[in-house]
Design a protein around this ligand. Structure first.
Ligand SMILES: *[C@@H]1O[C@H](CO)[C@@H](O)[C@H](O)[C@H]1NC(C)=O
Ligand SMILES: *[C@@H]1O[C@H](CO)[C@@H](O)[C@H](O)[C@H]1NC(C)=O
Ligand SMILES: *[C@@H]1O[C@H](CO)[C@@H](O)[C@H](O)[C@H]1NC(C)=O
Ligand SMILES: *[C@@H]1O[C@H](CO)[C@@H](O)[C@H](O)[C@H]1NC(C)=O
Ligand SMILES: *[C@@H]1O[C@H](CO)[C@@H](O)[C@H](O)[C@H]1NC(C)=O
Ligand SMILES: *[C@@H]1O[C@H](CO)[C@@H](O)[C@H](O)[C@H]1NC(C)=O
Ligand SMILES: *[C@@H]1O[C@H](CO)[C@@H](O)[C@H](O)[C@H]1NC(C)=O
Ligand SMILES: *[C@@H]1O[C@H](CO)[C@@H](O)[C@H](O)[C@H]1NC(C)=O
Ligand SMILES: *[C@@H]1O[C@H](CO)[C@@H](O)[C@H](O)[C@H]1NC(C)=O
Ligand SMILES: *[C@@H]1O[C@H](CO)[C@@H](O)[C@H](O)[C@H]1NC(C)=O
Ligand SMILES: *[C@@H]1O[C@H](CO)[C@@H](O)[C@H](O)[C@H]1NC(C)=O
Length: 583
């Protein structure tokens, strides 16, 4: 008797311990997961887990989200309550009523699946990553695939009307098949349409194939329209997971993770140029690139960072415009553009010259906070009527921007030679110059040799030969060629000049500005949200994917943002803009 009692107790204890460390496949009513215990519910082959994930970066006190994550703890593919963080006393309960409920430490309901009293008999986390609450019939009562957070996994259908959210950013598939990215549900900074020959879709569905193809299908389409290929598409076999994720930096990316590694790597990004994401640097934040990454700063020393520990939180005026000693003045930012997207594009554009662009904003005491003159030959000037500014500075931008501040204007100190500072750890710039020059000279020597060998004894070339030998090498020409070549190897495609611009540079018609320091070392793909070196597949995307509204110009397809402020991309408009921006 004694032994049997204790045997039973032992068995019960074992069961409890087992259920705490391993996992169940079907979750039965009455089960509970708590944030502090290390429990999870797993899919049958332990591909996905449901449990509490610490919020990153870690908070004090620690907070968690109730989430579904891939083997290796990353990536997280779904979170309850749109990733609302809960305290360490929180629990996730599958109630006997059939509702799945997230409770915080004080017992308040943070989220509920809404399946109470509908005959739910089980909840199952499937190997696809889908959490399904079912009453035994084929149609689920509720499934996580229908309520995405910020991520789509393969076999998850994203239909029009659904939303991926991350901070202030959202990704929406329009009923006309356009893929769109919004800031604050209002500012449309990316809008990708279908091939214009496909003008009617009825129920578009976006899905990511496990091999890394993002495609749009519709009953009206004979075959699915390909939106993007990930850089590693069809590689890696079955033990990799690809997901489409809206990151908190406002970019939409495809990530690849090998099973168990917990290390997602970005393989495609919707917005090629991170600085074009509206408010990436917060309000009054100015985006630019250091050697490798987008970085955020303030327009001038009239501003300070809202949070010195997080440059992406934006900047604010040290002296409010209402408290100016004397009249406000305009801070001038060269090569700077204030991002202007729909709906601002329609309401804020004026066709005036550059000094009027500055002056009109200054004299408009209530309704203008900043202005930007595109300087691209369109004669356009945007007057910012809201105290909401998102800036982009790059030597390649022809535009000039003005921001209203209280005098005196305190310009930022000039950047202290970024390229010089990081030389030691990378290939020094002079090595690059020597290699480039060496290659050029070798080429000249080789061609000269070839010419001598072929033609020296040919009488026809005799005169020409003498004439050539007399001519001196034009050093200015060589310098121009080298400078132009540095512009052509800019990492940001939007910084590279157009062909006609290059010709003008070489001919000496256009003045060549000092190019930004090139990126000197190769780096592997970066996992962090700010990575930008992941878009080498853009050309595939641009030709094979859905189409531009103007099929005659294949290059214009790369212009993924809607605005006419395409920030110096290789479009026709910008090529002319670069030409006309010269003083
Ligand atoms: C939870 O489990 C994981 C792996 O099983 C382990 O690395 C981690 O330390 C555990 N955490 C706690 C709080 O027990
Ligand atoms: C739980 O949620 C309720 C309602 O939102 C809130 O008042 C309470 O402070 C929360 N408790 C904890 C421990 O977060
Ligand atoms: C499950 O629910 C559906 C509708 O929600 C209902 O039509 C079906 O009869 C239910 N099946 C069972 C086995 O309860
Ligand atoms: C997604 O849509 C396809 C085609 O419409 C369908 O066959 C598939 O079952 C759907 N997947 C899910 C998880 O609903
Ligand atoms: C965000 O949108 C809401 C309404 O859609 C608006 O009231 C609010 O001012 C916007 N926020 C900013 C910073 O523009
Ligand atoms: C869809 O996107 C294209 C650009 O790709 C754009 O020309 C068109 O106006 C968009 N349609 C809507 C309704 O926004
Ligand atoms: C597309 O679908 C709509 C609505 O179902 C239909 O009216 C239209 O004729 C279809 N267009 C084509 C080209 O099939
Ligand atoms: C560029 O900026 C990133 C992010 O702020 C930083 O981690 C990196 O060290 C910077 N690189 C250089 C060369 O300054
Ligand atoms: C910035 O970080 C430091 C050290 O981590 C901290 O002491 C300080 O309070 C933080 N400042 C803000 C504004 O959060
Ligand atoms: C401010 O501007 C007004 C009108 O433009 C001018 O009359 C006034 O003298 C200015 N005040 C100062 C302090 O510059
Ligand atoms: C657009 O569709 C037409 C007809 O289906 C096709 O010939 C053309 O190549 C497509 N354009 C792109 C850029 O996919």
């Amino acid at each position: 008797m004694f032994l049997r009692k204790h045997g039973l107790l032992l068995l019960l204890t074992t069961v409890v311990v087992l259920s705490a460390t391993t996992t169940t496949t079907a979750i039965s009513p009455g089960s509970t997961l708590s944030a502090t215990s290390n429990q999870t519910w797993s899919s049958p082959s332990s591909t996905f887990f449901l449990g509490f994930v610490p919020v990153s970066p870690t908070t004090t006190p620690p907070t968690f989200t109730a989430s579904i994550f891939y083997s290796g703890n990353s990536p997280v593919v779904w979170s309850a309550a749109n990733a609302t963080p809960v305290d360490s006393g929180a629990s996730l309960r599958f109630l006997s009523s059939g509702a799945l409920r997230l409770l915080n430490g004080s017992g308040a309901t943070v989220w509920d699946s809404g399946t109470a009293n509908r005959g739910a008999s089980s909840a199952t986390l499937e190997d696809s990553g889908n959490l399904v609450i079912s009453n035994g019939s084929r149609t689920p009562l509720w499934q996580s695939f229908d309520h995405p957070t910020d991520t789509l996994v393969p076999s998850q259908n994203f239909s029009s009307g659904k939303i991926l959210r991350s901070g202030s950013y959202s990704f929406i598939l329009k009923s006309n098949g356009n893929l769109t990215l919004y800031w604050n549900d209002s500012m449309l900074y990316w809008n990708q349409g279908l091939n214009s020959s496909v003008n009617t879709v009825s129920k578009p569905v976006l899905a990511l194939q496990s091999i890394g193809i993002l495609q749009l299908s519709d009953t009206n389409l004979t075959s699915a329209a390909i939106v993007a290929y990930s850089n590693d598409y069809a590689e890696g076999g079955s033990d990799v997971l690809r997901v489409l994720k809206l990151d908190n930096d406002g970019n939409l990316r495809i990530y690849t993770t090998s099973k168990g590694s917990g290390n997602p790597t970005a393989m495609w990004a919707a917005v090629e140029d991170q600085c074009e994401v509206y408010a990436y640097c917060g309000n009054y934040g100015i985006c630019s690139y250091n050697a490798s990454n987008p970085v955020c700063g303030c327009p001038s020393q009239n501003f300070e960072m809202v949070d010195p520990n997080d440059s992406r939180k934006g900047c604010r005026r040290k002296v409010s415009l209402n408290n100016c000693q004397g009249n406000a003045t305009m801070l001038t930012l060269n090569h700077a553009q204030l991002l202007t997207y729909s709906p601002e594009v329609q309401s804020q554009v004026f066709y005036i010259g550059i000094s009027a662009c500055k002056g009109n904003c200054l004299s408009n005491t209530n309704g203008c906070f900043a202005s930007t003159a595109l300087g691209d030959g369109t004669g356009q000037c945007y007057l910012k009527s809201q105290d909401l500014v998102s800036g982009y500075v790059s030597p390649a931008l022809p535009s000039t921007s003005y921001i209203k501040v209280c005098p005196p204007v305190l310009q930022n100190p000039p950047p202290s030679g970024v390229s010089v500072k990081h030389k030691s750890s990378r290939v020094p710039a002079w090595v690059v110059v020597v290699v480039v020059l060496g290659t050029l000279l070798a080429l000249v020597a080789f061609e000269g040799g070839l010419w001598m060998w072929c033609c020296r004894n040919n009488k026809r070339f005799g005169a020409l030969s003498a004439q050539l030998a007399d001519q001196e090498v034009d050093m200015a020409q060589v310098t121009r060629a080298i400078q132009a070549s540095f512009w052509c190897i800019q990492e940001q495609p939007s910084h590279r000049p157009t062909m006609s611009r290059v010709v003008q540079m070489l001919e000496g018609v256009a003045e060549i500005e000092r190019p930004p320091a090139p990126r000197l070392a190769m780096e592997g793909p970066v996992v962090s949200g700010t990575s930008t070196n992941i878009s080498s597949n853009v050309s595939a995307f641009s030709t094979a994917a859905a189409s531009p509204h103007d099929p005659s110009s294949s290059s214009s397809f790369q212009t993924s943002s809607v605005s006419t402020l395409t920030l110096g991309r290789n479009t026709e408009k910008v090529s002319s803009s670069l030409l006309q921006s010269e003083p």
